[in-house]
Design a protein around this ligand. Structure first.
Ligand code: ZN
Length: 130
């Protein structure tokens, strides 16, 4: 298992993907706690085969579950954060982007073999090919 401490201002997706690439981790489970700034979360509209994106402005508490796999030959973070603002009401969705607001404490657990994503036409997303 790898531990990663992200700092204020770091882009979450890019930083985790780059870390896995540098460490030679093809696929991993990812979990984290911390705070996120200006997250953009999405809801997948199956009938349209596209995401509806929802930007949130400001700083939010964060828990994050996800994984790193290989998509189109590159490391790809698929993560679903749960965020809350001052009222502690939770929102959750598919993470498009966001930066670390304060700190972010990340556990990265490599899996035994690479997982590659391929387009699954019936639902319109890149799904695991196991
Ligand atoms: Zn998702």
């Amino acid at each position: 298992m790898y531990l990663l401490a992200l700092s204020k201002g770091e882009q979450i997706n890019e930083t985790i993907e780059q870390f896995c690439e540098e460490q030679g981790i093809a696929s991993a489970e990812v979990s984290a706690v911390g705070a996120i700034k200006d997250p953009v979360l999405g809801y997948y509209q199956l009938e349209k085969k596209e995401y509806a994106w929802h930007p949130f402005l400001g700083n939010f508490e964060l828990t994050l579950l996800g994984n790193v796999t290989i998509k189109d030959g590159k490391h790809f973070l698929h993560a679903h954060p749960t965020i809350s603002g001052p009222d502690l009401a939770a929102h959750m969705g598919h993470l498009k982007s966001g930066e670390v607001a304060v700190v972010m404490e990340v556990f990265i657990r490599p899996v035994a073999r690479p997982i590659v994503r391929v387009m699954c036409e019936p639902v319109g997303v890149h799904a695991w090919e196991l």
